[in-house]
Design a protein around this ligand. Structure first.
Ligand code: ARG
Length: 461
């Protein structure tokens, strides 16, 4: 049997220990202890400001909460399952410290608006950290892209050599994805910056509270306009999980490519020893474990998004205990995202491109076939016809083991008399890349423009 509850007045029987354990959230919601104290401090100051509590009581409660805050930071607070969650644990600890006056703190408040407020504050405190880590990674990408504007590599579609591209352009593609990720997290802040406190259990309160005052104390930009909405929705958390899932998806695509690029088959990249591991049996191995692990961790983040969507689906208004399931996935996502971004950044920063090998890969293939078709089209051959002519040449090359640039002018002229000696210039992969001047293309000038704009966006110009 467990001890008497803070809410135990109307109960004649106590729950078994294992029911307590099942219902408790203290094992995880203690991660919001700081936010809970912060929220209580603002709430009690508001109760003083509005004269709902007298100044002497407020002073005692504030002093008690500040002492708890101090002890929390010193790792001295001890929480128990009997006290169920962080809110009641802290109230019990406050009561131990200052006596029954602690009971006045919960005037005009419910755990329903309290937990929602803590959760908003928790995320509000962490979103800027995530945005910062994304920015750090973007800066790494821009710096690497700047060094590799003219590094030529194969561009792929269907994982087949398609057309040569600039390695800098490839890196900047991820910069652009991260830019939108950052915008999503920044927008996420708008919906996280709304304060539920003052909604009380579900219907507001008869006490003359001042929600604007509390919001200002806590640094919230807005207050929820509807008390039912305030205590029962978690769309700010769903947005966070959705944004996180998309970010992890972007990282996992990049990780997949890194894992391929470092393989024997590609050898486009060499990762630093510091971000790889060996094998316990195969002495030659150098495995891209960090890339694989980040790719793998995307799974748990998607899982957290699906879990919260499923928990929220069909929930009647307003608060339901189901909502206690909202937190662990979000906490775990924060704990996954921050180190994933950090490790990814370090891994990328120390990775060395094998410029020679990338270039070679663009010369040992038919990825300049479009160049030849474009060459003919520029000389008035309808593109469809040009496509057919080059297709025939590719077929021939496959049979004779020749790439287009290895064929003699005679051979080429057989396919089309319009082909002249200047074609060999166009068939060079670096020329193919450099000439793609269209806006957003891989042409060197376009990549430089992207980098210039990115630096401006990052405040680095
Ligand atoms: N531990 C609860 C949660 O995480 C706090 C709110 C409980 N409110 C209630 N009426 N049972 O959601």
């Amino acid at each position: 049997m467990s001890t008497k509850k803070l809410w135990g007045g109307r109960f004649q029987q106590q729950a078994s220990k294992w029911v307590d354990e099942f219902g408790a959230s203290i094992s995880f919601d203690q991660q919001m202890a700081d936010e809970d104290i912060e929220g209580s401090l603002a709430h009690v100051k508001m109760l003083g400001h509005t004269k709902i509590l007298d100044a002497a009581d407020v002073k005692k409660i504030v002093a008690g909460l500040e002492a708890l805050q101090q002890e929390l930071h010193e790792g001295k607070l001890h929480f128990t399952v009997e006290n169920e969650d962080i809110h009641m644990n802290l109230e019990a600890l406050l009561t131990e410290k200052i006596g029954p006056v602690a009971g006045k703190l919960h005037t005009a408040r419910s755990r329903n608006d309290q937990v929602a407020t803590d959760f908003h504050l928790y995320l509000k405190n962490r979103l800027p950290k995530i945005v910062n880590e994304i920015t750090t990674l973007q800066k790494t990408l821009v710096a690497m892209a700047e060094k590799n504007v003219e590094t030529v590599m194969p561009g792929y579609t269907h994982l087949q050599h398609a057309q040569p591209i600039s390695y800098g352009h490839y890196l900047m593609a991820y910069y652009q994805m991260l830019k939108r990720d950052k915008e999503r997290f920044t927008f996420n802040m708008t919906h996280t910056d709304i304060m539920p406190l003052g909604a009380a259990a579900l219907a507001g309160t008869t006490f003359p509270i001042d929600r604007e005052y509390t919001a200002k104390e806590l640094g919230f930009g807005q207050v929820y306009a509807n008390s039912l909405d305030a205590v029962s929705d978690r769309d700010f958390a769903l947005e966070f999980l959705s944004n996180s899932a998309i970010l992890m998806l972007h990282l996992s695509r990049f990780c997949e490519e890194i894992s391929m690029w470092v393989s024997h088959e590609f050898k486009y990249l060499e990762l630093s020893d510091a971000y790889t591991t060996g094998s316990s049996i195969m002495p030659q191995k150098k495995n891209p474990d960090m890339a694989e692990l980040i790719r793998g961790k995307s799974g748990r983040v998607y899982g957290h998004l699906m879990a919260l969507l499923s928990t929220m689906k069909s929930l009647p208004l307003a608060y339901n205990k189901d909502l206690q399931e909202d937190k662990e996935g979000v906490f775990d996502t924060v704990k996954t995202l921050l180190p994933s971004l950090k490790v990814f950044n370090g891994m990328l920063k120390t990775a060395k491109p094998n410029i020679e090998r990338m270039k070679q890969a663009t010369e040992n293939d038919f990825s300049n076939a479009t160049e030849l078709a474009d060459y003919l089209a520029a000389k008035g051959v309808p593109f469809r016809e040009a496509h057919g002519i080059v297709g025939q040449l590719v077929l021939k090359g496959l049979q004779t083991h020749q790439n287009l640039q290895d064929m003699s002018l005679e051979q080429l002229k057989e396919a089309s008399p319009k082909i002249e000696a200047d074609v060999y210039h166009d068939l060079k992969s670096e020329v193919a890349v450099q000439r793609r001047h269209s806006l957003g293309g891989t042409g060197f000038d376009q990549v430089k423009l992207q980098i210039k704009n990115a630096k401006q966006e990052l405040g680095e110009d």
